[in-house]
Design a protein around this ligand. Structure first.
Ligand code: FES
Ligand SMILES: [Fe+2]
Length: 356
């Protein structure tokens, strides 16, 4: 698992999850992290290990912007330097220990992010703002959940749209046109992201296509955004999912879903059901369970993108995302290109609504 570590930005927590006096414990790959806010409200991320007695720093608390270790009360600042040893007389010099390792952090789109890996952090993609947040008539569902599979499989699963009507028995999923493959229209790669735009030309008129569009955006190494533009509903629905790899085959997903309360289209039925249920995770949890059965059964050797001779157009997004993540992690600049897929029978999508 640790061998598959890719350099990049990883979501740590929703901004609202970090409160002034609390230290959050987080894990990204094998990195155990303690997250807190300093006296100016800036986020700090340190290795979760006290240099004094090895205790996890996340067991401590925050006082006046310093992280106080739960063991013997040593206090650390946002740079990881020890500033106070309460058991020592004030005339005694502070121990000359190496500062606790700190990590680069950023705040964007309602989340705090940490840079894990080698090299200079690249700029955080600005893809994931959800301008609909806070607007009247817009519902928001924010979920943090754990899936028992490797993070790259979980990402593949979300960007692999052709599995939907086959793996899922949930009625609204079954309704999805099985010919999504035909309508896989284009995949555009640039420095920051890979975007898939797809629709269902079998629906006939251009208006109908516009109502059945989906856009999937991937930003390396682990963030996916789904957009369901719905002109008729007057507002778009969207989901941002940040996948956070854990030390073993476990992935945490931090997700935000926004959708118009009045939108009765298929796309966010799941979110709407969950938002109105006692358990906000009931429907989505069932759908994830269906995915997990398939992921486990596939096993590590039979990933979609590892058998190039079997890759069809419908797998192109999975392959493009993996390539993008590897290139970014290695410090290479992914080549900008657009690849269009049209059905071999010649079906074209009339008046494809180009994203503004
Ligand atoms: S273990 Fe942290 S202060 Fe002793
Ligand atoms: Fe699925």
């Amino acid at each position: 698992m640790v061998n598959s570590e890719l350099s990049g930005w990883y979501a740590l927590c929703a901004v609202d999850d970090l409160v002034a006096t609390r230290v959050l414990a987080r894990e990204v790959f094998a990195h155990r992290l303690a997250v807190f806010q300093d006296e100016l409200g800036h986020v700090a991320v340190l290795d979760d290990r006290c240099p004094h007695g090895g205790l996890p720093l996340a067991l401590g608390r925050v006082d006046n912007g310093l992280l106080v270790c739960a063991g013997h009360g040593w206090r650390f600042d946002a740079q990881g330097r020890c500033r106070v040893v309460p058991s020592s007389c004030s005339a005694e010099p502070l121990p000359a220990c190496t500062p606790v390792r700190r990590y680069p952090v950023a705040t964007h789109a309602g989340y705090h992010w940490v840079w894990i890996g080698k090299g200079t952090p690249f700029s955080l993609p600005l893809t994931f703002e959800l301008p609909e947040l806070g607007r009247a008539g817009i519902r928001v569902l924010q979920l943090r959940y754990r899936v028992r599979c490797e993070y790259q499989d979980a990402i593949d699963n979300l960007v692999d749209i052709t599995h939907l009507p086959f793996v899922h028995v949930f009625p609204h999923m079954r309704d999805i046109d099985r010919r999504l493959l035909i309508s896989l229209v284009e995949i555009e790669t640039d420095l920051d992201q890979v975007v898939l735009r797809a629709g269902t030309p079998s629906q006939g008129s251009a208006d109908a296509i516009a109502e059945r569009r989906i856009e999937i955006t991937f930003a390396a190494p682990t963030t996916v955004r789904l957009d369901f533009p719905r002109p008729a509903a007057g507002a778009a629905s969207a989901m941002v999912a940040c996948f956070v790899p854990q030390a073993d085959d476990t992935t945490i997903v931090e997700s935000t879903i926004v959708f118009p309360a009045a939108d009765d289209s298929t796309a966010f039925t799941v979110a709407r059901l969950d938002a109105s249920a006692d358990d906000p995770f009931s429907t989505l949890g069932r759908i994830l369970d269906e995915d997990l059965v398939i992921l486990v059964a596939q096993g590590r050797e039979r990933r979609l993108s590892t058998a190039p001779d079997l890759v069809v157009a419908g797998d192109a997004m999975v392959a493009a995302c993996r390539q993008h993540a590897k290139a970014r992690s290695a410090g290479r600049i992914p080549a900008a290109r657009t690849k269009r897929f049209l059905c071999r029978c010649g079906t074209e999508v009339p008046n494809w609504p180009v994203a503004e």
